[in-house]
Write a protein that binds this ligand. Structure first.
Ligand code: SF4
Length: 403
């Protein structure tokens, strides 16, 4: 079902910041960015945007942990410019991380959580509801009591939506309430609401489905714009989210297929040392276990790293590793690893580790991984084009051979 061709104008910055996924919200984000000199670089790295990044990470954490979606409440007064900036840019930041993940599961979980948050707010937001409903639903109208001939609904005002929209949006909602049979339908219009669920609440629930679809599509479209530099910059928060997701979900995320050749030298050093019976210090062991959790290795695979350790005890090691997985520890950054003698390189040993931006092993891993994927794609494209050339040659030679 197509979206309405013309979306209503929404100029209230509170609505735009509260519902930052709206197509109309782009103008507010652009305005705030311009007036406050917020560039992508600022958003990703500047100390003044730290609170925004924290809120962005929180949006993602809540999308994994909360059954009811992202926490509906803003962290600051949304009627102030500071509050509007926090909500708008934290959404943009979270969306960047999700796009950089290239993981459908994560995208879907996040879109679902943001949509659930919107539903909660919209169910009680009389001002925003009509505007947002008109943004996403083409056939929509409100009827007053005297025009309603239903016994099912005792409300003064009810929402009606076109039957095609209703059927499309209901397909993924379970329960008798969402059957067309249990609604009044007249001339293609479906009355929303019944004795147990107010009309506005039903509309907000239907909107949740449409909003989820739109957020998902938006983040998928943005995936193509994620550069190597951006993906590497976001490796650490992405690792945190991935780790958390492994913990709370049966759907495993595997950092888009990390392979052993992508591991940073510090991780390889820890594995090799343990393998040869060296007694790696507590910091090194914790680092290895948290890296294993973050890249999506099974607990058994992580336990196997420790099999040759001098003090190896299968039960205790597995218990300790499971604890690291459960707590969702994120791997330490390069400066801490260096301080604890767990960095594996000196200047000049590894070109990637020498890069000024390389301050976390997850960034190393992401950079390697993206480079490998690009090389694979290039090799595949080359082999496809040489096959085409060979086929063309074959076709050109056939007539002369038959002469
Ligand atoms: S520079 Fe960082 S990523 Fe490279 S080996 Fe040292 S700690 Fe690991």
């Amino acid at each position: 079902m197509p979206l309405p061709r013309d979306v209503p104008v929404i100029s209230d910055p509170v609505i735009l910041a509260r519902y930052p996924f709206l197509p109309q919200a782009t103008s507010l984000t652009q305005k705030l960015a311009l007036e406050n000199n917020i560039t992508l670089e600022e958003l990703l790295n500047s100390p003044r945007m730290e609170e925004t990044r924290t809120r962005g990470r929180l949006r993602l954490i809540e999308s994994m942990q909360n059954k009811g979606g992202v926490d509906a409440m803003a962290m600051r007064d949304i009627h102030t410019e500071g509050g509007q900036m926090l909500e708008s840019f934290s959404y943009s930041y979270a969306r960047l991380i999700v796009a950089a993940s290239e993981q459908e599961v994560l995208m879907s979980r996040w879109a679902q959580a943001e949509a659930e948050r919107a539903e909660k707010l919209l169910a009680v937001d009389e001002i925003a509801l009509p505007l947002i409903a008109e943004t996403y639903i083409d056939q929509l109208q409100r009827k007053k009591t005297d025009e309603i001939d239903s016994e099912m609904n005792s409300e003064k005002n009810i929402w009606q939506i076109g039957m095609v929209d209703f059927i499309e949006l209901c397909t993924k909602i379970t329960g008798e309430r969402w059957r067309l049979l249990n609604h009044n339908v007249k001339k293609g219009w479906v009355d929303l609401g019944d004795r147990r669920m107010a009309s506005a609440k039903q509309l907000a629930r239907l909107l949740r489905e449409r909003i989820k679809q739109e957020i998902l599509q938006d983040v998928k479209n943005r995936m193509a714009g994620v550069t190597d530099e951006l993906a590497i910059n976001l490796a650490e928060p992405l690792g945190m989210v991935t780790n958390l997701m492994q913990r709370v979900s049966s759907e495993r995320l595997e950092m888009s297929g990390v392979e052993q050749q992508d591991w940073p030298p510090c991780m390889r050093m820890a594995v090799n040392e343990l393998n040869s019976g060296v007694n790696v210090n507590h910091f090194g062991r914790l680092f290895l276990a948290s890296m294993a959790a973050t890249i999506g290795l099974e607990v058994e695979a992580a336990t196997a790293f420790f099999e040759n350790a001098p003090d190896f005890n299968p039960g205790t090691t597995k218990y300790q590793i499971a604890h690291v997985y459960d707590r969702g520890y994120t791997p330490s950054g390069c400066s801490k690893l260096k301080l604890n003698h767990r960095c594996a390189v000196q200047i000049g040993d590894d070109r990637l580790c020498d890069q000024p931006w390389l301050d976390h092993p997850m960034k190393y891993l992401r950079a390697k991984q993206r480079r490998r994927t690009q090389e694979q794609q290039f090799a595949e494209a080359q082999s496809a084009s040489s096959k085409e050339i060979e086929n063309d040659k074959g076709e050109e030679e056939t007539p002369s051979q038959t002469k």
